[in-house]
Design a protein around this ligand. Sequence first.
Ligand SMILES: [Zn+2]
Length: 352
Amino acid sequence: MPSIGNAQLKLLEKLCNACAVSGDEGEVRGIVLEEIKNHADDIKVDALGNILARRTGSGSKRLRVMLSAHMDEVGLMLVGDDGEGLFRFEIVGGIDVRHLPGKAVLVGKEHLPGVIGARPIHLTTAEELKHQIPLDDLRIDTGPGDSKVKPGDRAVFATRFQRNGPVIIAKALDNRLGVVTLVELIKNSPPNIDLLAAFTVQEEIGMRGAKVAAYSFNPDLGIAVDATPSYDLPDWEGEENFSYNTKLGLGPAIYIGDRDILSDPRLVRWMSDTSKAIGIPCQFRQPGSGGTDAGAIHRARAGVPSLSVSVPHRYSHTAASIARLDDWKNTFALLHAALGRLTPAILASESG
Ligand SMILES: [Zn+2]
């Protein structure tokens, strides 16, 4: 049975340490193209930068299944040069501005070091400590001297991938976990389907890549493979937190619905039935804001039955997230098994 092992962890490390803020996904795209080049029947990069890879099955009644994993990550973009190595910047995607001051960053294609300057506490008044620093007052500082960075360059948190036994800590686990999962699904695509793999761009700023990828593929059904925030810590009083959306350790998160889509109930049942049949845990993601590529795929052309399956991780869209290796392994195993059991009957069955 194919599974997530050391080779996949190495690829995840490489991809998490790569920089691919929305609209500038080239570094991740290059790594993915190299990984899949001998494993698909047809691979192309479309006008927006999506990778569209096709792997044709051999069975007689094959569904055309689009699987989507976004390559981009949230980050920063330099927008103005104040001189002396100081740059104004904007946030790309959803990042809380309170997380920014004092963080080390990597800027541009060469990953040049910088820091989001923060005033030392010795020089900060009691009054200033009460207030959040607005984005307009923050600068990325690459140090005085000849700077090779320029407006338009993207920047990411300078967090290096780490693994400690069952725990993974990294930036951009959203969605490098999904990207590696999809690479492995291409390599191990079951013969009963045509696998249409989209490694998409610009998900974090509105699912723009998935929209055109779904139009291009014109699939029978779509699945977004992503990483989803878990908020499963105890509440402030130390009581159990009942408002969690997903919990680490409970396995892949099947979306019932989110801001952009109500998942197709036939696909939800197929996924949860598969989980029972193969004895792999899964959880239903609780309602909340946020969305995935499925929000764009299901609206393509005349409509595409769609679903999201995600790996839970804590501290999404911050400098460092935490995921459990087992949840990732189980997400891959569930998707692989579900695809292997997929027949056209699933879409013929009554919905609801
Ligand atoms: Zn995501």
